[in-house]
Design a protein around this ligand. Structure first.
Ligand code: GLV
Length: 342
């Protein structure tokens, strides 16, 4: 008997056709998000779940799927899934890396340029009928050449952002997930903590695709970067990583860019840092409590706010759906799912 898969939200037809040739599937909702109740009841008799980052796959959901063997998230981040609970039950969890790297890196640069050159503010200014002639000092922004971009997280997306930096004459510094996790550990301060294979020793340059990026500690990065951009997953070590203390250590007049996950930033502390004029601006694609946005951000002109569209291109979303389906099809064929994370 063929397997049954629950797809919480409709995926592109071309992708569903491939899946339909290998198994039966049910679709939760055509648009928007599946309700929790529909998710819990929909899991009855289902062996595979294809879900979205807005679907909270916690222990209760995992328990409800008594036959569940694979959970394929249509996203690279999988903080919406209780991976430990799934692992305890022997359920594979997969994500969709690589296919969204370029789209997310492009959007990071769109935010950097928008906020430093005041693009959204300038557009609103013109539409409000306030453009009554060129003026020497009108809407002055901040240039990028010679500035320092600090990347927190230097995985696929962080490096893709770094590659694009070369075209803007920006110096790149980065710290790894490990630098973040051990930032307050005295052994780390003396560099006694073993370095991951991804990370070069602190204060050395790493060369990827001909680009020199300097590896620095977390605190060196926040204290010296003109633009801090976040590219780490949301984990216990990164929740509120950018808090009041981090803002205090950031350079006066610097910018914060977040295309990773909202709860990495303490949004109230961000509003305070903006209100105090300590930060020059922020570009945010993700929020602490999506879809709610802190009211103190909505009022500000020096903040660009996007509705979590980092991977939102037709090509990328189709590739993400295909990859999630490929992972399920790997499992159906008795192979190890190609993007298993647990
Ligand atoms: C998007 O936020 C993703 O994790 O894929």
């Amino acid at each position: 008997m063929s397997s049954t898969i629950l797809i919480t939200r409709q995926l592109p037809e071309s992708v569903l056709e491939r899946l339909g040739a290998a198994c039966q599937y049910r679709i939760g909702v055509v648009s928007g998000s599946i309700t929790r109740e529909a998710l819990l009841t929909g899991l009855d008799g289902v062996e595979g779940l294809i879900c979205q980052l807005t679907d909270r796959i916690d222990e209760a959901v995992i328990e409800a799927g008594s036959k569940l063997r694979i959970i394929a998230n249509v996203a690279v981040g999988y903080n919406n899934i209780d991976v430990e609970a799934a692992t305890r039950r022997g359920i594979h969890v997969t994500n969709t890396p690589d296919v969204l790297t370029d789209a997310t890196a492009d959007l990071t640069w769109a935010l950097i340029l928008s906020v430093t050159r005041r693009i959204v503010e300038a557009d609103a200014f013109l539409r409000a009928g306030r453009f009554d002639g060129w003026d020497f000092e009108m809407l002055l922004g901040s240039g990028l050449t010679g500035k320092t971009l600090g990347l927190i997280g230097y995985g696929r997306i962080g490096r893709a952002v770094a590659r694009r930096a070369a075209g803007f004459g920006v110096n790149v510094q980065y710290c790894s997930r490990e630098d973040v996790a051990f930032r307050d550990d005295p052994r780390y301060q003396s560099r006694a903590v073993p370095s991951s294979p991804l990370a070069s020793p602190i204060n050395q340059s790493a060369h990827f695709d001909g680009l020199a990026a300097r590896h620095v500690s977390f605190y060196e990065l926040v204290e010296s970067a003109d633009i801090v951009s976040l590219h780490t997953p949301l984990a216990p070590t990164t929740r509120h990583l950018i808090d009041r203390e981090t803002f205090r250590r950031m350079k006066p007049g610097s910018y914060l860019i977040n295309t990773a996950r909202g709860p990495i930033v303490d949004e109230s502390a961000l509003v305070e840092a903006l209100d105090a004029g300590h930060l020059a601006g922020a570009g945010l694609d993700v929020f602490e409590d999506e879809p709610r946005v802190h009211p103190g951000l909505l009022q500000r002109q020096n903040v660009v706010l996007l509705p979590h569209i980092g991977s939102a291109t037709l090509e990328t979303r189709t590739a993400m759906a295909r990859l999630a389906v490929d992972n399920v099809m790997d499992w159906i064929a008795g192979r190890m799912p190609r993007n298993k994370v647990n």
